[in-house]
Each structure stands twice: as C-alpha cells, then as structure tokens.
Design a protein around this ligand. Structure first.
Ligand code: FMN
Length: 309
C-alpha cells in the first residue's frame, strides 16, 4: 500500500501526552501535512484499555492521520492494527522510543538491535492490514552501531510504505544534535518516502533541512509544543518567504475549547496547557493559576482574569 500524498511536507510528530485529538486537530487546522497519534501500546489496545482508546480518537478534519503502535509481539501488533485500521490512513510502528519501560520489553528502539526482525515485523503487518505500514526509527543504538540505512532498506524490501528517522541514537536520548547527514544518506538509498526528524524548531531551519537532505517531509515535535501554529508559519515561509506569529495564550484558548469538545479529562490539561505559556509575559502567573484550578470552567475564568484579550 502506498504512503498518502501530503498537502504539506510539515508533519506533526507523535508525542506521548501531547498529540491528543485536540492538539492534532489544531495542527491540522494550521496546515500540518499529516498528524500522528502518540504511541499506543498494542497490548493495551487489544485489552480494550479506555485510556488507549481515548488516544486513538480521530477528528473528521484530520486526514491523513497515522496511528503509532508499539509492541514486541507482532501477532499482538497485528491484532491492534486490525482493530484500529478503519479510522487511520497509516499504521506506524515505533522503533525509536528510547525509554527503558519500552526497550526492556524488546519494543521501541530496542528493535534496532535486530534489523531482520524489523523486516519480518513489517512484512507480516503489511500483509495483514489494508493500510500502508510505516516505521519510525532512530539512526541506531549508539555511535558504534549506526544502522539507519540498513534498517530503511530492510523496511522497504519488506513492504514498508515510508520511513521516519529521528537523527539521534537510542543512547543519545535528546543530547547532542540530530544527525541530518545520516538522514540524507537514507534518502539517497531508498525509494520509499523518507521523513526526517530532529531539532527543527523554525520555518528557516525547516527549509534548510529539507533542501539539505532532500527528504519528502519533516516531522516536528518540540517545535510544535505550545505552538501548533508552527505549521502555518512553515507553509507560509516555504511559499512566500515570511510568516506571522500567533500568541501562545490565544492558541491555549483554542486548545482548551477543543479539549472540552472532545471530553479530554481535566487532569490531562494540567500537564498539557503550560507549554503554551512558555516565554510569554505573565507566563509564570498563568501557569500558577492553571495549577490551582480544579475544573475546566474555573480554569477559563481564571485565565481570562490574568489575561485580558
Ligand atoms: C513530549 C514528547 C513525547 C514524545 N512521544 C513520542 C511518541 O509517542 N512516539 C514517538 O515516536 N516519538 C515520540 N517523541 C519523539 C518525537 O516524536 C521526535 O522524534 C523527537 O522529539 C525529535 O524531534 P524534535 O527535535 O522535533 O522534537 C516524543 C517527544 C517528546 C518531546
């Protein structure tokens, strides 16, 4: 199955605890070429966990949208993928997460230890579902074991529709810089679409990395935190060479409306809302008031009190 054609090369990266339906709808509204759910455990989906089912809610405007699954057991990942595939345009497998809780089970970036296994995984999954299967990787386990090109070729040979690469190793976590040279090498070596990722925070960097690496698209994670409007900025910069800014608080109010629309539990708001207020005048005061609130209505009233617009 072919990877969908994107309206923009700027894609919202999967972010656990961030890319809920409300955030994804905003990113899409502001021009993201594609959106990803946060990673969802295949085990949790097959067990019908309410929290995981909430993570895979999708918005009607959100097309194409990918679900990102993780798991160490291909049969279970297939079962989860079959359960969700009707709602999604792409099934993505997480082979990049460096978190111990995930890698100790052999899932996430631990799979980079065994490219042949990734190949078998993709092969079985791609033949079991009716949607394109993609993989998101890191460039390798550590400096001595950089194998992104090898993994990408194996993914392609086994029916993967695209590959996304965060230009860091598992060992690096978030330290150092994303290695776009390796991402460029992957793009040169495979024919399936390649999505580059890592340290793209501004429209200027986006354009520079796109041109340097020749990738088909770039995923943005931290650059969209608190600023899903970044997709509008990137698209405008690519088209006309300039872009506008939109205040974090204005974006926060929009986000809260969507949170209410999609009945996201209030507890989640407390961890998600503060990113919109980073670096703005009065941000600390707003974060304190977010912390004190116990209901959605209380939060809106309190925000309107500290921020009049
Ligand atoms: C809060 C947060 C949560 C993340 N959760 C996921 C996830 O669920 N799945 C995934 O593949 N990557 C996840 N990532 C990694 C990002 O998708 C991305 O690969 C990484 O942050 C590098 O991109 P950036 O430099 O644009 O932030 C997460 C990153 C952040 C900051």
């Amino acid at each position: 199955m072919k990877f969908p054609k994107l309206s923009s090369p700027a894609v919202l990266s999967p972010m656990s605890g961030v890319t809920d339906i409300a955030f994804r709808e905003m990113a899409k509204k502001y021009g993201a070429g594609m959106t990803y759910t946060e990673f969802v455990s295949s085990t949790a989906i097959t067990r019908g966990s309410g929290r995981s089912l909430r993570m895979i809610q999708t918005s009607s405007i959100e097309k194409p949208v990918a679900v990102q699954l993780y798991g160490n057991n291909v049969e279970e990942v297939i079962e989860a993928a079959r359960f969700v595939e009707e709602k999604f345009d792409v099934i993505d497998v997480n082979c990049g997460c460096p978190v111990w809780k995930v890698i100790k089970t052999g899932a996430g970036s631990a799979m980079l230890n065994n490219p042949e296994l990734i190949g078998k995984f993709v092969n079985k999954l791609a033949s079991a579902v009716n949607k394109p299967v993609t993989v998101k990787i890191r460039i390798g386990i550590d400096d001595k074991r950089i194998n992104a090109v090898e993994v990408a070729k194996i993914v392609e040979e086994n029916g993967g529709a695209a590959i996304a690469i965060h230009g860091r190793t598992q060992k690096q976590g978030y330290s150092g810089k994303a290695n776009w040279e390796i991402i460029k090498q992957v793009k040169e070596k495979v024919n399936i679409p390649v999505i580059g990722n890592g340290d793209v925070f501004t429209p200027e960097i986006f354009k520079e990395r796109l041109e340097y690496s020749g990738v088909d698209a770039i995923m943005i994670a931290r650059g969209a935190l608190g600023n899903p409007f970044v997709f509008n900025q990137i698209n405008n910069y690519l088209k006309k060479g300039d872009y506008e800014k939109k205040s974090g608080v204005e974006q926060l109010f929009e986000y809260l409306e969507l949170i209410r629309k999609y009945h996201i539990p209030f507890a989640a708001i407390k961890t998600r809302a503060p990113s919109f207020t980073k670096g703005i005048v009065g941000g600390a005061e707003i974060r304190t008031s977010i912390n004190k609130c116990t209901s959605f209505e209380e939060l809106i009233t309190s925000l309107k009190g500290v921020w009049s617009f």
